[in-house]
Design a protein. Structure first.
Length: 200
């Protein structure tokens, strides 16, 4: 009878351990002139522009701009009218030239599930001043084409903004229900500028 427990122990020892998931970062550049294809451009109509840009390993980045404001969508968009939802700050704004992708790595599989992108938002009190905000977004997958802003972290005056944004991404992005769950908003010494989501 003692042989069976021993055999079971040996069998478990011989079974390869399941590959543990790790999370890593990759960075891509975002240069509209170099990395994007223009879908629509109307410089006289309020500077409206729709662009499809290179992202991470086939995952596109969509930029929609108008009236000196932007909204971005990361990953594979749903079919139909674009953008799926307009998400942006109320004040004039623009996005930075580099995107951080948070990637779940399991063996040879690497799936980007979130992005962290720096925004520059005009201050309401002083238009010459810009507030930097890290926007954490859910990356839309081919099988579930849902992407949106998960969290906002004020970076101006916040030395730990990048660390905080990664934590928000890793703990919330994959299970976040766009249009249902409440965004995580973290400010500090500098208040978070108004941000809104407008359904199509």
């Amino acid at each position: 009878m003692r042989l069976l427990p021993l055999l079971a122990t040996l069998a478990l020892a011989a079974t390869p351990a399941a590959a543990a998931e790790s999370i890593l970062s990759a960075y891509t550049d975002l240069d509209a002139e170099r990395d994007c294809t223009v879908i629509e451009l109307d410089e006289e109509g309020g500077g409206v522009a729709n662009l499809v840009c290179n992202g991470y390993k086939g995952y596109p980045v969509l930029i929609f701009a108008g009236d000196l404001r932007e909204t971005l969508f990361y990953g594979y968009p749903p079919e139909g009218d674009l953008p799926p939802a307009w998400e942006s700050f109320g004040a004039f704004n623009s996005t930075g030239p580099k995107i951080e992708w948070r990637i779940a790595k399991n063996g040879d599989d690497e799936i980007p599930f979130a992005t962290i992108h720096r925004w520059f938002v005009s201050s309401v009190d002083d238009p010459e001043k810009q507030i930097e905000v890290l926007a954490v977004a859910k990356v839309a997958q081919v099988s579930a084409r849902e992407g949106c802003t998960v969290g906002l972290v004020v970076a101006s005056g916040n030395a730990k903004a990048n660390e905080t944004a990664r934590k928000v991404a890793d703990e919330n992005a994959r299970d976040f229900a766009c249009g249902v769950d409440q965004r995580i908003e973290i400010s500090g010494k500098v208040p978070l500028p108004d941000f809104y989501r407008q359904e199509p």
